[in-house]
Design a protein. Structure first.
Length: 232
């Protein structure tokens, strides 16, 4: 294919994915009450007697519904984006590289949603910590847009950060680093992971930090083992 044909192919796949994202965003807009209830659930688990949202701006309701709809559209369309990315790059790969393409796409998808689910499950502890740290004299009525922004940011950060083992294995297969090098520098890597987890956690609570840090350390050693296995 010529460069123009490649660009045309990329444009076609991009428009397909974008179209489905818009459709799923519209569906999310329709089922907004259900999605809001799901996102509100960790808040109600953390503070069952007082988990109402406080709206002070007439546009907050509309803004919240649009945010949730866009988030739902991109989240539910993520498998299609990865599938079309794989289908686009596969023809340019060698036979050995093509063999790894599909496992990498599936692995990326599994780890991304694994990170999203982990953030969702730990967010109850996050809210409990943030409620308790302010003291019992405070009555919490969260603004839904601020709550949702923090929640979505955590889910996206966890989802993207959980791609760490996929990236490490790819670097090993590309011979940028070797399993032996990674194993030799594991102490420095663990320290870097601890610092990274403390800095990147948007809520600054210890539960989220440990929920991010511990899987990354496990993923590091998993990637070393998988790199050794695939390198044979």
């Amino acid at each position: 294919m010529t460069l123009a044909q490649h660009l045309g192919e990329a444009r076609r796949r991009f428009l397909i994915c974008l179209g489905l994202t818009v459709i799923l965003a519209i569906v999310s807009f329709v089922v907004y009450p259900n999605l809001l209830s799901i996102l509100q659930h960790p808040y109600c688990q953390a503070d069952p007697k007082n988990c109402k949202f406080l709206v002070t701006n007439p546009l907050d309701g509309l803004t919240l519904r649009v945010k949730i709809s866009l988030f739902g559209g991109f989240l539910f369309a993520a498998p299609l984006w990865l599938w079309h990315a794989w289908r686009f790059i596969t023809p340019g790969l060698k036979a050995r590289e093509r063999r790894y393409a599909l496992p990498f796409v599936l692995g990326s998808l599994i780890f991304f949603f694994g990170g999203v689910v982990t953030a969702y499950l730990v967010f109850r502890r996050t809210i409990q910590f943030l409620v308790a740290i302010g003291g019992h004299s405070l009555i919490t009525y969260y603004n839904p847009n601020q709550y949702l922004t923090l929640f979505i940011l955590m889910m996206l950060l966890f989802g993207l950060t959980f791609e760490f083992p996929v990236l490490l294995v790819a670097l090993e297969l590309a011979h940028v680093v070797t399993p032996r090098q990674l194993l030799r520098s594991w102490r420095y890597s663990v320290i870097a992971i601890v610092v990274f987890s403390g800095v990147i956690t948007p809520s600054s609570d210890p539960f989220s930090m440990f929920a991010l840090m511990l899987p990354l350390i496990v993923f590091y050693f998993m990637a070393i083992g998988l790199g050794k296995l695939l390198g044979r």
